[in-house]
Design a binder for this molecule. Structure first.
Ligand SMILES: Cc1cc2nc3c(=O)[nH]c(=O)nc-3n(C[C@H](O)[C@H](O)[C@H](O)COP(=O)(O)OP(=O)(O)OC[C@H]3O[C@@H](n4cnc5c(N)ncnc54)[C@H](O)[C@@H]3O)c2cc1C
Length: 462
């Protein structure tokens, strides 16, 4: 089928304004950090209803037409790239919040809603959607589900998977599978929603979702603390868990050069503490006791300074200071902007080994010609460390060398090559370092039985 005729087919089921092709694609892109590169695609479709998604996918299936799904385009594994023979389906117009149920503590919405809008709508009803990460202002909930996103509060509330109660999705043949129940428990057969969580759009298009919410904490405090010794990073965590475990909602780490970059004069962030410590810890405390929470948090921090677990610490007093402190941790675009070429990583390593493994990796990267900047940071309490590595060229040889250093060291300690970003296109070659051949074959079998024509997000993951 020609490009024109399939576009005409889409125009027969969708309002023409929902079908972009030709010059209209020039202003579109495949990633929020690549807005200068025009989208390659047969056409881009922006359906408004699940029924329209189903009709689009049916046409694609009947015509062996490959289709790439676009959410908020914040993934870091090349998943939303397309070529001129592929159709792009964007969920951006399916952005309605359907219901916040204050009694059941759930939020039901379409999959194109921006995560931050869901967080705010929950907050308006005194409820907490704990899913929280740097890209929340652009990422959509459908993208977060498809990547099983993690973020800053995983060790307290779990990954996205732990928050999903119900899903509606369109299968690669157009069938709508809808289970938007608000049940905590449902063992009536296979838990089908799990097929769509973390499978990166290879098994279905997520169109609606029911998420679990929590009571909204009344207080929130943030501390930035420093130490020179990784063992003390672990000791500090243990003390926080012993003394304020119910209130501990974030424990994040920046290495020295990452902190230095984030508070350099190029950025908008205040330098609260000198930039010559090895480790910078970001601690979030949330509670319900307005009278006593600050004091409780401050006491633990002071005790750790007195006992020389910490070299120093500050506590963000008001919202403005907390926003600034968390900006230092979250605004990682600053790190990616440092060089024209960069590589991103999100590995999982057993928590006790993180200090030595990251030092080893950094030393090996430092020996690598062409590597200009090495910025490690991450969700240290759950073992997930990110790297943004700046380079002086796009050389494939250098890229492979860097991948080998990071993934070989990860494999040595039985870590994972992807803690949260997924595999997409970029990490496929390395999947075997985290999963057995039998596991990968089972993934292939599942993909083949659900999408025998391989039309949905082809080439991603496996
Ligand atoms: C600054 C920054 C910080 C980040 N921090 C974190 C972090 O802490 N934790 C974390 O986990 N990730 C993080 N990410 C990565 C990214 O934000 C997440 O992977 C996010 O969940 C992607 O959502 P999205 O809507 O942007 O999806 P996209 O990038 O558009 O798509 C991601 C994948 O999901 C598929 N997809 C999208 N929507 C749907 C749908 N409705 N149905 C089926 N498939 C779909 C796409 O085809 C693609 O394969 C970060 C990214 C940035 C830029």
């Amino acid at each position: 089928m020609t490009t024109n005729s399939i576009t005409e087919k889409f125009k027969s089921i969708l309002d023409n304004s929902l079908v972009l092709s030709g010059d209209d694609l020039k202003s579109r892109f495949y990633h929020i950090w690549k807005t200068d590169i025009s989208l390659e695609s047969v056409c881009l479709l922006t359906p408004k209803t699940t029924k329209q998604v189903s009709e689009i996918i049916k046409i694609c299936n009947e015509n062996n037409q490959e289709v790439i799904i676009h959410g908020g385009l914040t993934n870091l594994v090349g998943s939303t790239k397309s070529n001129s023979t592929q159709v792009v389906l964007s969920l951006e117009k399916m952005n309605n919040i359907i219901e916040v149920d204050e009694i059941a503590k759930t939020i039901t919405c379409e999959s194109g809603v921006i995560l931050e809008d869901l967080i705010n709508a929950s907050k308006d009803k005194e409820l907490l959607l704990p899913l929280n990460f740097g890209a929340r202002g652009s990422a959509q909930i459908g993208g977060a589900i498809s990547t099983n996103a993690g973020g800053l509060r995983v060790f307290k509330y779990g990954m996205t998977r732990n928050l999903v109660m119900g899903i509606e999705a369109v299968l690669p043949d157009g069938t709508i599978i809808s289970s938007l129940k608000k049940l905590m428990k449902d063992n009536s057969g296979y838990d089908l929603k799990q097929f769509f969580i973390g499978s990166e759009g290879t098994l279905g298009v997520v169109t609606k979702v029911v998420l679990r919410l929590y009571p909204l904490p009344k207080t929130r405090y943030t501390s930035l603390a420093v130490t020179n010794d990784y063992q003390k990073v672990l000791d500090f965590l243990k003390i926080l868990e012993d003394k304020i475990s119910n209130n501990l909602t974030g424990y994040e780490l920046l290495w020295n050069n990452t902190y230095k970059q984030m508070v350099s004069e190029k950025t908008i962030y205040n330098k609260y503490l000198p930039d010559d410590f090895n480790y910078y810890l970001f601690v979030e405390y949330m509670g319900t006791d307005f009278e006593n929470d600050y004091q409780k948090f401050e006491e633990v921090i002071l005790e750790c300074i007195e006992n020389k677990i910490l070299d120093d610490a500050v506590i963000g007093k008001d919202e403005k200071e907390q926003v600034n402190i968390w900006g230092i941790r979250e605004d990682v675009a600053v790190l990616a902007d440092e060089r024209e070429f960069d590589q991103q990583f999100d590995i999982s390593i057993p928590v006790p080994l993180i200090g030595e493994v990251i030092d080893k990796i950094s030393n090996e990267l430092n020996e690598c010609d062409g590597v200009k900047t090495i910025f490690p940071f991450g969700h240290v309490a759950d073992g997930n460390i990110h790297f943004i590595i700046g380079k002086d060229s796009a050389s494939e040889e250098l890229k492979s060398k860097i991948n080998d250093i990071i993934y070989n060291n990860t494999e040595l300690v039985e870590g994972s090559i992807s803690a949260e970003h997924g595999i997409g296109l970029d990490k496929k070659k390395y999947l075997i370092k985290s999963r057995s051949e039998d596991e990968i074959n089972l993934m292939r079998l599942i993909k083949k039985s659900i999408d025998p024509k391989n039309i949905l997000n082809p080439g991603r993951v496996i």
